[in-house]
Write a protein that binds this ligand. Sequence first.
Ligand SMILES: [Zn+2]
Length: 244
Amino acid sequence: MRRITLTVLLILICSLLGASNVFALPVSTVILDAGHGGYDPGAVSYLGDEPLLEKDLTLSLAFRVGDVLKKEGSLEVLYTRTDDSFISLEQRLELANSVFPGSNSSALFVSLHFNSSPVEDPNGFEVLVKEGPRVVPFITSDSPQWRVSRFVSSRLKVTQQQLNLENLELARSVMDSFSRTFPDLRSRGVKEQDIYVLNGSLWPSILFEGGFISNTTEYRFLSDPQWLHKAGQAIAEGILDYIE
Ligand SMILES: [Zn+2]
């Protein structure tokens, strides 16, 4: 009797340790989400002659990140929007989760935003991930077959923990790359936050906040297309560091 209990216990431990990590599959696809758009301008700064709109900055940044990633050759880059149109948060998430990256591949979801504050002081960039205890519904009643096949055999709790770890790793890679490129900018770190598009993402996901358009110094950077170009390069390199 004792031997049987021990055997069962051993099998349980082995299967737990060997639980496959669906996020360890090679990344084939990166979904870039330019925040806001259309009638939703996001944050607006009036520090210059013309208003500076977050929705324009996020779109330029997304294109730049995508261009650098595409140079890798093997990566597919998808955008939640490619023009100035309004896309709801639900649509963004639905789009990201409907992507089939291939049966032996995975995807990443990267949302791009900029910060704003009613006061001048706040500055710096930060990378947000979902809150650890948030449970992603990997399989829902209307999930397509590939999604069921991918997640059905995994233990929900283990998969959630694996996703949290991947989120953090992706966040740190992007944060480190950005810090290396812009050592004078303040890093506000990686933070867990309640964010709709991250809470439900099937893929490792982050939301990058690239500085405060309400801060005079950062406004100067953000309104300079050259700076934005370099920022896109830094984010893409962080994503590639994670993938490698
Ligand atoms: Zn935003």
